[in-house]
Design a protein around this ligand. Structure first.
Ligand SMILES: O=P(O)(O)OC[C@H]1O[C@H](O)[C@H](O)[C@@H](O)[C@@H]1O
Length: 335
């Protein structure tokens, strides 16, 4: 097929802070120590006294393991990273690299938490790409089980006193996966930030799936100097301009997307709120082969649909204000 994309007039590159008004973050004083500590073994994490929740390991990472009648899930303490979500009777919705590097390296796969900036949008080159929370150890703050049997968790990254922002992540594991990033401005100045739940969805073959819900939207292509384009029809990987890779930021996105996968005979529904952008990313073969955690052909097994506030979609918070980004994910049968 191929996308008959229309090239729109080029505007300023999205990473130039002059074009937008993101806060320029300074790496928190504690960040380097937190990264170093994240490589050390986990010592005694108290297991919560909640049915179906325990502390164990998953893919070699210390993790919160959840089991309900409707689904199983694993959340690594490293990065607060959701590694696995398996609806009962189905396959994992998430992809995890078979070549994971050890902590404190970032985990390839699952749902990286990107915060408080997407990539290095609006930032200098001195800050780590995708923010300050994906390569540090998080804490499990709360676990509860509701009357329907779903498990709700709250996790938090280290508190950075000098950042002026605080993050809590909530997860609800049941028939549907619900994941929320709750950001509060704890400082005394307004903050403008970007973020994403960078989900790696497991697919049969990325070249053989399509994403509905993007038709007519404008997007910026990171591989094309952030040039603006217009989407016609569904997203597919075989973009006529560049077969085999996608790094698109869709703006003014509607918040409901369907990932149709004939090979796995399923559709993944992604619904978002508090997010007006969607990033659709797959590195394609050439870039994947240069990467130590995707250079085995496994890049074909995922597509990232990232519920984001990125590109022109920047969140502005006055002191004391809180912003909530939520994604809801579930499997639908194919008709
Ligand atoms: O390799 P990472 O730092 O995990 O980033 C993985 C990818 O994340 C996002 O999708 C960005 O838009 C991509 O440009 C980036 O390559």
């Amino acid at each position: 097929a191929g996308l008959p994309n229309t090239t729109l007039p080029k505007t300023d590159a999205m990473t130039e802070s002059a074009a937008f008004t993101e806060t320029r973050f300074t790496t928190p004083a504690r960040y380097a120590d937190e990264v170093t500590a994240a490589g050390a073994p986990v010592t005694a994490t108290a297991a919560p006294d909640v049915d179906g929740v325990r502390i164990g390991t998953f893919a070699g990472y210390p993790a919160v393991l959840v089991e309900t009648a409707d689904a199983r899930a694993a959340i690594a303490l490293h990065g607060g990273h959701l590694l696995s979500y398996v609806p009962t009777g189905g396959e994992d919705l998430l992809w995890l690299s078979p070549r994971l590097a050890d902590a404190p390296a970032a985990i390839r796969g699952g749902v990286p938490v990107v915060w408080p900036f997407f990539g290095r949008q609006g930032q200098s080159n001195d800050v780590p790409s995708h923010g300050f929370v994906r390569t540090v150890r998080w804490q499990l703050v709360e676990a509860t089980r509701d009357a329907e049997g779903s498990v709700s968790l709250t996790l938090a990254p280290p508190h950075y006193a000098d950042l002026g922002l605080d993050l809590r992540m909530h997860l609800r594991i049941g028939k549907t996966l619900e994941q929320t990033l709750e950001t509060t401005n704890t400082g005394d100045a307004p903050v403008a930030f970007t973020q994403a739940l960078h989900s790696y969805f497991h697919v049969s073959d990325v070249a053989n799936v399509r994403v509905e819900g993007l038709d007519g939207l404008r997007f910026r292509d990171k591989n094309d100097g952030y040039a603006a384009h217009a989407q016609t029809g569904d997203w597919v990987l075989d973009d006529a301009r560049d077969p085999g890779r996608s790094d698109y930021i869709y703006a003014d996105a509607g918040g409901r997307y369907l990932l149709d996968d004939p090979g796995l005979d399923r559709r993944i529904e992604l619904e978002t709120s508090g997010s007006r952008s969607l990033v659709v990313w797959n590195p394609g073969e050439t870039a994947a082969e240069r990467s130590s955690d995707m250079n085995d052909g496994s890049w074909r097994g995922f597509l990232c649909l990232e519920a984001a506030n990125a590109g022109p979609d920047i969140v502005r918070l006055a002191p004391g204000q809180t912003h909530v980004l939520t994604q809801r994910v579930r499997v639908l049968p194919r008709d």
